[in-house]
Write a protein that binds this ligand. Structure first.
Ligand SMILES: *Cc1c(COP(=O)(O)O)cnc(C)c1O
Length: 363
């Protein structure tokens, strides 16, 4: 095994080592075909089997009902920001969006190109340090759907409970898909860029309720219509073969860990270790309000920007990498997705205690 550091990067993010090893082998010679994985036809029986198995495992792990399609698309999670309203809001229909951070804001901007968008909640004034509680906002009657970002990667906030409403939910789960169970039936669409919790960059998973495939306006370009991809099993054009394969390997790994319930338990344990360390002292301050805290991204500050820079450098020197916060809020951020090992969190907690002792603030 190569010397690995603990990689707290928000995305692309750390992957299970066995996934990297398998990928390294298969890129050179896929299943003893004498052809490398990234050379093989997407219509070969070998690759079709990979795509089928990946979808089957995702369905099993997330308990996706039969009336939902699973699509493997390109263009990143960001392309879903316009594909959703483009397909669902033809002729200026209404939708409600919750503004809980950068990714929500970007989705709102795109949605306004197509529909009549209502934004009854925003935590922008408090640097997006919280998500709304149920009842804190109203959903316009005529809304086609309620859109929210289940985990706000940059600010480290997360919906512990999904919004309660009889409206159809649509969610960007890019940074917490498969980290906890989800009742898919409440959702019209769930999507996630793979590079946080699922695999490498290059594929976006879209889980879409079948009846929504009929909503798309006629003048929608083929590549931007969900129906095109659903009808062709995500093979309307060449799919991102390598990324789909790697997601498949991550899903096999996740099944071996005991699936979504088991990983949720471990995610809670890992995040609790870090939040306890933050709450134990005034030296570290969590960005998120307590009841909005994310189990995936923990954003925190030290007493000064200078100490933060020193903290990030010294951490990197002992193999704790990628702790710099997003440029929009600064500070530090530990991203601890499914594949991030508990030992790395323990090492960070020890380092935090040591750093505080060695760098006291004089009052
Ligand atoms: C990273 C991220 C995105 C952007 O994903 P791209 O694949 O780079 O477009 C969108 N939403 C959330 C919640 C993210 O964490």
């Amino acid at each position: 095994m190569v010397d690995r550091v603990y990689n707290f990067s928000p995305g692309p993010a750390t992957l299970p080592y066995e996934v990297l090893e398998n990928a390294g082998r298969d890129v050179v010679n896929f299943q003893d075909t004498g052809i490398g994985l990234i050379e093989i036809s997407h219509r070969s029986k070998e690759f079709m089997a990979v795509a089928d198995e990946t979808e089957a495992n995702l369905r099993e792990l997330l308990k996706i009902p039969d009336n939902y399609k699973v699509l493997f698309l390109q263009g990143g999670a960001s392309s879903q920001f316009f594909m959703i309203p483009m397909n669902l809001l033809g002729s200026q229909k209404k939708a409600t969006y919750l503004n809980t951070g950068t990714w929500a804001k970007k989705a709102i901007k795109e949605a306004k190109l197509f529909g009549n968008i209502d934004v009854p909640f925003s935590s922008e004034e408090s640097s997006f340090n919280k998500v709304p509680r149920s009842g804190e906002y109203e959903i316009a009657q005529e809304s086609e759907y309620l859109y929210f970002v289940s985990n706000n990667t940059i600010y480290g906030t997360q919906f512990a409970q999904f919004p309660e409403t009889d409206k159809m939910l649509i969610s960007d789960m890019s940074s917490d898909i498969l980290s906890r169970p989800v009742d898919i039936n409440k959702f019209g669409i769930i999507f996630a860029g793979a590079q946080k919790n699922l695999g490498p960059a290059g594929v976006t998973i879209v889980i879409i309720r079948e009846d929504l495939l009929e909503e798309t306006p006629e003048n929608t370009p083929s590549m931007l219509s969900y129906k095109t991809h659903a009808d062709k099993g995500s093979m309307f054009n060449t799919p991102p073969c390598f990324a789909i394969y790697a997601v498949g390997e991550v899903l096999k790994w996740l099944k071996k860990q005991g699936g979504v319930d088991a990983i949720e338990k471990r995610n809670i344990e890992k995040a609790s270790l870090l939040y306890q360390a933050i709450d134990a002292t005034d030296y570290y301050r969590g960005h998120a309000e307590k009841d909005s805290r994310s189990l995936m991204n923990i954003s925190f500050n030290l007493p000064t920007p200078e100490l933060e820079a020193k903290f990030i450098d010294e951490a990197a020197a002992i193999g704790l990498n990628g702790l710099k916060g997003h440029r929009s809020i600064g500070g530090c951020r530990a991203s601890i997705y499914n594949a991030f090992p508990t030992e790395g969190v323990e090492k960070l907690v020890q380092f935090m205690q040591k750093f505080e002792t060695e760098n006291p603030v004089s009052n």
